[in-house]
Design a protein around this ligand. Structure first.
Ligand code: GRF
Length: 202
């Protein structure tokens, strides 16, 4: 039986596309994408999913906001119902812009992966590329890690490094880093899927 992967994405979806492409090209043996779930009905990731014939579900997080207050608990209850329908072995966050709540994380211990555009543990949180430039770093990179209760702080699965050029801006650095993120995420999933298969847990 294939390892079932669900991807959660909120926007552009280029990391999702890289994963979908790798699976379509059989570069992640034993894995299949069971669904793309987005909290944003306008996410480009949804079009990408259609192109790869990946089933999509939207749980619109904007509908759980009243007067600027986000009801994360109710939103995540709905999200969990949708995730559970696909019975995933792995959940890959790929540009998913919401912080996951405790209950959801506890539901899938060591089954939720994320990609972050810095060499963790350095530069957690938003604008990681800008943080690296402002800190005067000569290099930065990306990290695929397990999701735990602390933001961008779970166990590291895979990393890759790129140089920061003196003329780099947040934009140019992000652009150069993106293809490296794609390779790194695919490599991380290959590693995790191979481990799951060889340990016989799937
Ligand atoms: C990537 O830079 C990823 O590291 C970060 O959000 C961005 C998502 O890009 N978490 P995309 O939607 O995968 O194109």
């Amino acid at each position: 039986m294939d390892i079932k992967i669900i991807v959660l994405a909120s926007g552009r979806g280029s990391n999702f596309e890289a994963i979908a492409k790798a699976i379509a090209a059989k570069k992640i043996p034993g894995a299949k994408i069971a669904a793309l779930i987005s909290n944003n009905p306008a996410a480009q990731a949804i079009e990408i999913a259609n192109k790869f014939r990946v089933p999509t579900t939207v749980v619109n997080s904007a509908k759980y906001k009243t007067q600027g207050v986000f009801d994360r608990v109710t939103y995540e209850k709905e999200l969990l119902v949708e995730i559970e329908k696909a019975k995933p072995d792995l959940i890959c966050l790929a540009g998913y812009r919401l912080v996951l709540g405790r209950e959801l994380i506890d539901h899938y211990p060591k089954q939720i992966m994320n990609i972050h555009p810095s060499l963790l543990p350095r530069f957690r949180g938003l604008h990681a590329q800008r943080q690296a430039i402002e800190a005067g770093e000569k290099s930065t990179g990306c990290t695929v890690h397990w999701v735990n209760h602390e933001l961008d702080a779970g166990e590291i699965i895979e990393q890759a490094t790129i140089p920061i050029e003196p003329a780099d801006t947040e934009e140019s650095l992000s652009r150069r880093l993106l293809p490296v993120e794609h390779e790194t995420y695919v490599r991380a999933i290959q590693k995790v899927v191979a481990r799951l298969i060889s340990s016989g847990s799937r």
